[in-house]
Design a protein around this ligand. Sequence first.
Ligand code: ZN
Ligand code: ZN
Ligand code: FE
Length: 763
Amino acid sequence: MSRAVARKKLRVSGVVQGVGFRPFVYRLAQKHRLAGHVRNTSSSVELEIEGDPLALDAFLHDFVSDTPALARLQEVVAEDVLPLGEDKFTILASQDSGPTAAVIPADVALCPDCAREISDPQDRRYLYPFTNCTNCGPRFTIIRNVPYDREQTTMAAFALCPDCREEYANPLNRRFHAEPTACPVCGPNLWLEYDGQRWERHALARAGELLRDGRIIAVKGLGGFHLACDARQAAAVELLRQRKGRQDKPFAVTVRDMRVAEEICELTDSDRRLLASPASPIVLVRRRAGTDLAPGLAPGNNYLGLMLPYTPLHLLLLQHSPPVLVMTSGNRSEEPLAFDNDEARRTLGHLADGFLFHNRGIQVPCDDSVIRLIPEIGPTIIRRARGYVPEALALPLTCPEDILGVGAQDKNTFCLGWDRSALLSQHLGDLDSLETFDYFRYAIEHFKALSQRQPSVVAHDLHPSYLSTRYAQELRDVRRLGVQHHHAHIAACLAEHGRLGPCLGLAFDGTGYGLDGAIWGGEILLADLAGYRRAGHFAPVLLPGGEAAVRHPGRMALAYLQAAYGDAAFQQAERLGLTFSPLERQILERQLATGWNSPTTTSAGRLFDAVAAALNICRRRTYEGQPALELEMAAEYAEDEFYPIPVIKQDQRLVLDTVALFRHTVEDFLQGAPPNRAAGRFHESLARVCLEICLQLREETGLNLVALSGGVWQNGLLALRTVARLSQAGFEVLTHQQTPPNDGGIALGQVAVVAAVLGMQTP
Ligand code: ZN
Ligand code: ZN
Ligand code: FE
């Protein structure tokens, strides 16, 4: 035999584990009659192929062009090695080989093949709620460690039955090496606990019946528990609000199928695609008028958070239950998601009438992701979790060391950075409860284990009392670097677009610790990843009573009235119908006159609060962001009139006269403008002044790149108008697409800033 034989070794990194990658390689090797092997390492997939050189080339061609749908190739390194004379291709056991960049796949929504099987009476997985395959099912939430093998997941407790074992071992089967595979014989099972009884056989049917009767059922799903009730029964929705201690904050719903979704909401093509995507997030979609949904579902909101059933369990439950279910995180407001059966009995016992349990363990809880599609801008991720985490983000620069960014306080996420990868955690919640703080610490350790990284540098916010900052300060044997909040916002936006800057950064949010001790939040920065200059900001006003003014938008309106009208503030407040008790008035007068207990702020979020209260659109805030959200919802979208906002140069900085903007809005309203038009004009005016500022700064600096970051950019109307105006003027505009514009993106920005700063120190 003198035929030429060659052998190649390939190392492939990216999302390549848990996505049917090894079976794909196996089938490809069979097709091209190649010998060799493939195996998972903790960092990558490694394969060697041997055979005819032409066949090797054909293999490589298919390898790149036919990659499995869920796989993401980051890097493929190939080298020639000596042929070994093998004649078979095999899948080898995983090899654990030291510190690596293993990319764990995210959880994937039920695939069409599995959906078909569970609705086929002839199939052995008919009605089985834990059906999955290499194309779908749990991943991130069940993985204990790397490499990703069944033994390292919570499925290790279930030994495969002979049928499942055969599928698992058959390279031509869809379940070949599907690590969480299961069937009714060998896999997890489901039961309902209600009224001291336990149903196993008809658990789903019984749960559906209870939901139809207006009961609240805690449902254990993929990444934790949901509290479910019939979204059309006002009493059930009201009861859930009472028990959860959640007054107005919108509830998300799960619908039986796309047809039901169309009945209650107006969907665009992009909405439909996103709803049915493998990540299957909650999508904020415009609701139809005149549906029979409970009025208390999402008060003051024209949008509804909607998702499709993304596990077989949810799909089957929705076939028995009412067609639209409230599905809200199983926790008390602002506490972390419950995910363990015993813990759920303890913490949700007084919230739910019954429990739909299963015995597949959840290793790490993960909330549903929430996305809003803004026309002409694209997806804006409001909460990044299930379906997206832990997919690594590519950094535009190399981390000289391993970096941990601990994020901010609210909507906390953290981020691990190494080489050119950033692993942003799932949404963890507000770090003010002990439970969330414990969850934060646990999740950091878990991510360190999964990525096998020991960060030597920790990046944190400058706010001294954020729990994330305190956590950073208590760590031993690491260096610490503080990153200014709004710089981190802009850096996050640059980084996710693979950019280093410099740019004009418009960082608009509620609260961020400023360098002068003031509360910043309407900030115009000239920034690159390594540094920034504060080029401008909103007009400073007092924040009477600090946090108290954040909770009471009426007090914020008064602070603006004081800035606009001085002594006539209370008189103007009266004309607006804003009333204060005598005691409240006394305190506010003193705070505004002396600045007692009242820091100054340039916060954009607080301006929205003040306007929402002045226009009587929202005077009672029961959740974070409510006034701004309701102001946007009330605003006339087509409005094109606006108020002039002066821009004043002060101490080398541009100050947007946002007090004048407030005064114009109030006077327009008092002269009879309907609140929705005044609200529309307010938005349009802000968009215009953003353009004006950017034009002035482009003139000065020559910069043409603009990055928009901060929670205020979740406002679709403001984002739409601002991006349109800036683009018309020839600016290149970056908005967040892969990470949230709110504080959920801060940790990525912290990592990017520290990577840039360290990079300059070690050239
Ligand atoms: Zn499947
Ligand atoms: Zn089985
Ligand atoms: Fe922020």
